[in-house]
Design a protein around this ligand. Structure first.
Ligand code: ZN
Length: 175
């Protein structure tokens, strides 16, 4: 699948619930896992492949790939952490984002089975990053306006020069 790049309005839209988790929905999730891996990302939300549905996939390090249909964060820690994030839809751009350190998320898997997951560390972070995508929120929206403008300017310049995304793999994760 093709990953949608920042500027496309689908990334600013609000994703709609998935009414039926059937074989077609499971196939979409499987295709998204493949796309995430191909992009060397650790997470991918449906709007990032142009589909405004409440679905994302995540795979952190040696963990199994996880599928989240209609996810909802039901609890989050008061403790926050700062970590450098990047986004497959904003290639080459990284910035520190502050988020709750731990969360409890409720969702349905690719078999249509509901589950609740307690997550911390990188897993908690990427889940929050992906959930944001379902509301049309990018990680740079968490930054101050000044910082966001500066980062977007650098990104536009980079895009103009034609520096490919893979040329700047350094920095934080991509999701
Ligand atoms: Zn992202």
């Amino acid at each position: 699948m093709e990953i949608v790049i920042y500027g496309n309005e689908v990334l600013a839209g609000e994703a709609q619930p998935v009414r039926v988790i059937d074989a077609k929905a499971a196939k979409l999730a499987a295709d998204m896992i493949e796309t995430m891996r191909a992009g060397k990302g650790i997470g991918l939300a449906a709007p990032q492949v142009g589909i405004l549905k409440r679905l994302f996939v995540v795979q952190v390090a040696d963990d199994i790939p996880r599928v989240f249909f209609n996810p909802k964060i039901v609890q989050e820690s008061e403790e926050t952490t700062k970590y450098e994030e990047g986004c497959l839809s904003l290639p080459g751009i990284y910035a520190d984002v502050v988020r709750p350190a731990a969360i409890r998320v409720h969702a349905w898997n690719e078999k249509g089975k509901p589950f609740t997951l307690d997550a911390e560390g990188l897993l908690a972070r990427v889940i929050q990053h992906e959930l944001d995508h379902l509301y049309g929120v990018m990680f740079i929206d968490h930054l101050s306006e000044l910082k966001r403008k500066r980062i977007l300017k650098a990104w536009e310049e980079k895009s103009r020069r034609g520096t490919s995304a893979s040329a700047s793999l350094g920095g934080g994760f991509r999701a």
